[in-house]
Design a protein around this ligand. Structure first.
Ligand SMILES: O=C(O)CCC(=O)C(=O)O
Length: 277
């Protein structure tokens, strides 16, 4: 069971991120991957995001907190929420969560940006927001793992503009940051989580490998931070915490229901079908 220490808090304050290996166990990630792959309802929300070379990543995004599903069990779980509340020094609520899928040889890149570079335009008053990137399957350099600039959350908000098809941080400021700060590739095995501050500069390369890259990114705002109330980017609403045991309890039930209606492919899904296994 993960326990946040003073040293973890110190690292998060200094680096702007904290990687926790094995925050989620193999069964939790296998359930999440299987549910994600066969979830027809979420499939109807999927949109493609194009990079500057025309390569497409797929993603769905929602702020739904009403359903009893594995996504909510993770986003509301104490392991996640208690950790973020300590790192951010306040009560947090769910801003949204999204599944990001980079398919083999197809999934595209994300340009350098800060999440607050976007959320600032939702009238979020402070950058006191953070996310947790969960590696659902293995993320490595070849399939476009997340990259961060260590300590870049202390640079303040950088101007963002449209560069090609994506909105990204001013490339001159990024270049300057890279002259002085470390560029870190976050290679992660399934179940590893990366907590990161909304002002951390991050990006990722396209997926040039035969391995898919699935990740669930859960994004939170702090209670003291007012913002516009928009679909997918809500203002404060209390987030009831769930016990972490519900991830497996709800996930097993959801997967059993999906597998029963999903056809023969689902019957072979399991550890050996998971690309990260
Ligand atoms: O999934 C990725 O590689 C990048 C995602 C990202 O930067 C974001 O959602 O803000």
């Amino acid at each position: 069971m993960f326990r946040l220490t003073d040293e973890h808090e110190h690292r998060f304050r200094e680096d702007g991120y904290l990687m926790v290996e094995g925050l989620y166990d193999p069964e939790e990630m296998e359930l999440l991957l299987n549910v994600g792959r066969f979830d027809g309802e979420k499939a109807s929300l999927v949109r493609a995001a194009e990079d500057t070379e025309g390569r497409e990543s797929k993603l769905w995004l929602t702020s739904d907190t009403d359903r009893e599903d594995i996504y909510n069990a993770i986003c509301r779980g104490r392991r996640m929420v208690d950790t973020l509340e300590r790192l951010m020094g306040d009560e947090v609520y769910l801003y949204h969560y999204k599944m990001m899928v980079k398919e083999p040889r197809v999934g595209g890149a994300w340009e350098w940006h800060q999440d607050y570079g976007y959320w600032y335009h939702n009238q979020a008053l402070y950058p006191d927001m953070a996310s947790c990137y969960i590696a659902v399957d293995r993320a490595h350099r070849g399939n476009g793992c997340l990259q961060v600039i260590r300590g870049s959350h202390r640079l303040g908000r950088i101007e963002h503009g449209r560069y090609g098809t994506q909105v990204g941080a001013d490339p001159k400021r990024v270049e300057l940051a890279l002259e002085h700060l470390d560029h870190v590739y976050c290679e992660m095995s399934p179940g590893t989580a990366l907590f990161f501050h909304a002002n951390v500069l991050h990006r990722s390369d396209p997926n040039e490998s035969d391995d898919p890259r699935w990740s669930l990114i859960c994004c939170y705002n702090t209670r003291h931070n007012p913002c516009q109330d928009r679909p997918g980017h809500p203002s404060y609403r209390p987030l009831g915490k769930w016990d972490d045991g519900r991830i497996k309890e709800v996930g097993r039930r959801q997967w059993a229901e999906l597998a029963a209606t999903a056809g023969p492919e689902a019957a072979t899904a399991g550890p050996e079908a998971g690309p990260g296994a």
